[in-house]
Design a protein around this ligand. Structure first.
Ligand code: MIC
Ligand code: SF4
Length: 642
């Protein structure tokens, strides 16, 4: 029977279950990646499992999020991560080597393999024909321990591309158009598989931009075939040996289909404060712009920056706009330095940022109050930039630079510039000296812990009945940036749960942690797509630390749902979505969780005197985890044979 590409990759890796959309499966993971902001937890969890070495084909630990080092915390984390990597058999990409997804694409990704990463944008490597999935740190720790990854078999959406992009319309516009059509909830439970003649016209970095931002659709992953373009890219990275051709069979079937004619697209832009709030650039042309930022794992490749340089060559940045560039990797930067493009950029008046995540996660370059800032990033959630009153727009490098030159939102096609003629180099200048190999004698490596690395809090086993008050009620599309914000002040506390829990929900209700601590335990209530965005398990771990035992919502995003289960928080969904209105903040609830196998679950709202029915989507295994107080306690028992 003919198969689509996702089925082909999953079939090679499946360990349990059937490839029927929606049913639980487990797959073997070939490669893992972590970044520092989620990695410290992941490695504390890996350590707790008591193994000596990772069991994957390849595991890489990146440092790219927390590099401001305004205190000892980040540097403590870096030393911890470096020592852990060396001891447990993990490659270590040093701070300064680049953003995890960009570097993984360049140096490690292999078509047809599976990759699990503790970052929601791990699907970037789908641009290379990998099945790359974002997950919480604990799931990645388990994968490093050789355990399979458990998920629901996704349904597969065929995104059929025809035609070719016109000059100044680029990959970002493709994914923004898809977000416009499908919204930030449109990909939940699905994988996006790109097919059609149009795919051949896109380079690997362009494909990676599209796959990267599939995360904003809520999709489990996004995958492109591995073809001649992939071959070229791997050859240019000196990794031709990693190439295999892999694509869907002719006549493969899909659960859904979306057609996009690339030649009909035009520059698009996502308005504040959601990546799906998309319109055509020309619809909002003329708005004054204060700041432009180029970078992030979405748009910081060599190709992106060559385009930027071509547009800026011989021109100066508008005096009222501040423009910063953070290249995606040291390789990108080195190649621009060697071909003398970097000096063109400097001459135009850009500000130079380190080749890390930086402003994308609010680590510096926060906009001025009320600013309009155009960013080539993937997320524009409220407050994420570090300035709550700022208005963040997401767009392509072409649109961002058009604004940098004119001071206004401008359709880049109207500048009268010639299209960028550059090609990708036949062979990149490659220097892997900032990727450290694991130690040959791991026993001699001592793990270095500073005071920022605090022990992992554990959840107790689930009692038969949960009682308490609703400590917060929120609306639709609540992101993990609302639940557990990042940014320069909070991100350095990722290895210290007691300290970071003081900031839970601080964008929405700064009093929440105090209220939760006083109550001792309680519940959260939310609308649709609760927990979308990042993979940060801190958005489950810190609420758990504050005593949250159940979250009741209209629907969950995939990674956050898994994280809640992993940390023993019961995830419930209203059977009747209207019941959302039958619970208010402060209401006293009682939930019988003694028979979770049997749904619906009864929630008694003692304050209002009503009974509400709730469902859940937990598999048998999930129920075992939740009863045990979470995945770590459960897996430890299994690994120790008890
Ligand atoms: C993000 O883009 O939100 C992050 C920061 O990369 C997160 C990971 C984290 O919170 O550490 C993600 O996307 O998973
Ligand atoms: Fe880093 Fe931003 Fe990419 Fe997250 S989305 S990995 S913060 S560059």
């Amino acid at each position: 029977m003919s198969k689509n590409l996702i089925q082909k990759i999953i079939q090679k890796h499946i360990i349990e279950g059937e490839m029927v959309a929606g049913s639980p499966i487990s797959i073997l993971i070939d490669q893992t990646l972590t970044q520092d902001a989620t990695g410290t937890m992941a490695y504390l969890q890996f350590e707790a499992l008591g193994l000596k070495r990772v069991k994957t084909e390849l595991s890489v630990s990146y440092v790219d999020h927390n590099t401001l080092q305004s205190g000892f915390e980040n540097a403590d984390d870096h030393r911890f991560l470096q020592s852990v990597a060396s001891k447990f058999g993990i490659y270590f990409s040093r701070p300064g080597n680049g953003v995890c997804h960009q570097v993984h694409l360049e140096r490690f990704g292999v078509p047809g393999k599976t990759l699990l990463g503790s970052d929601s944008h791990t699907p970037t490597c789908g641009g290379l024909g990998m099945l790359a999935i974002g997950a919480g740190g604990l799931d990645v720790a388990l994968a490093m321990a050789g355990q399979p990854f458990h998920m629901k078999m996704p349904s597969v959406v065929q995104i059929h591309l025809t035609g070719k992009l016109n000059p100044f319309v680029s990959a970002k516009d493709v994914i923004l158009e898809i977000l416009r059509r499908l919204t930030v909830k449109g990909g939940v439970g699905k994988v996006m598989e790109y097919t059609g003649e149009g795919v051949k016209t896109l380079s690997v970095p362009e494909r990676a931009t599209i796959a990267n931002m599939g995360a904003e659709l809520g999709a489990t992953s996004s995958v492109f075939p591995s073809d001649e373009q992939t071959h070229e890219f791997l050859r240019s990275q000196g990794r031709e040996g990693s190439w295999i051709a892999i694509e869907a069979d002719f006549n493969a079937s899909y659960d859904e289909k979306l057609d996009i004619d690339l030649s009909l697209l035009e520059p698009m832009i996502a308005k504040p404060h959601m990546p799906d709030n998309v319109c055509k650039v020309r619809e909002i042309e003329g708005m004054t712009v204060d700041q432009v930022a180029i970078g992030s794992c979405t748009n910081s490749s060599y190709q992106d920056l060559m385009t930027v340089a071509h547009m800026l060559k011989g021109r100066k940045i508008h005096p009222d706009v501040t423009v910063a560039i953070a290249p995606g990797s040291r390789q990108v930067l080195l190649n621009l330095v060697k071909n003398r493009t970097w000096e063109l950029l400097l001459e135009s008046g850009i500000r130079v940022l380190e080749n890390v995540c930086g402003p994308c996660i609010g680590m510096g370059f926060a906009p001025n109050s009320e600013a309009v800032t155009l960013r080539t990033f993937n997320r524009n959630f409220l407050g994420r930039s570090g300035t709550k009153s700022a208005k963040v727009y997401l767009c392509s490098p072409e649109t961002a630079i058009a604004a940098a030159l004119t001071g206004k939102i401008t359709d880049p096609r109207e500048l009268g510039l010639t299209a960028c003629p550059h090609q990708m180099p036949e062979l990149f200048f490659i220097d892997d000296s900032m990727i450290l190999k694991p130690a040959d004698y791991p026993d001699q490596i001592e793990i270095k812990r500073g005071p920022n690395i605090q022990p992992l809090p554990m959840q107790s086993a689930l009692p038969a009945k949960l009682t308490g008050r609703v400590l917060l009620k929120v609306k639709d599309d609540i992101t993990t940036d609302h639940i557990m914000p990042a940014g320069a002040k909070i991100l350095p506390l990722r290895s210290n749960i007691p300290a970071i829990s003081e900031y839970v929900f601080s964008v929405i209700d700064p009093e929440f942690p105090k209220r939760a601590k006083k109550a001792g335990s309680g519940f959260l209530v939310g609308g649709l797509n609760y927990g979308q965005g990042s993979s940060r398990e801190h958005a489950a771990l810190a609420p758990m630390y504050l005593g949250i035992r159940a979250v009741i919502v209209q629907s969950f995003s995939r990674i956050h749902l898994a994280n809640l289960i992993n940390f023993g928080i019961v995830p419930l969904v209203f059977e009747n979505t209207e019941d959302y209105h039958n619970i208010d903040q402060e209401d006293e609830l009682e939930i019988d969780v003694s028979h979770l196998e049997q749904t619906p679950i009864l929630i008694v709202n003692k304050t209002k005197g009503v009974e509400i029915k709730a469902m859940h989507s937990m598999s048998k295994r999930d129920l075992q985890l939740i009863r045990a107080g979470g995945s770590l306690s459960y897996t430890k028992k299994i690994l120790n044979g008890s």
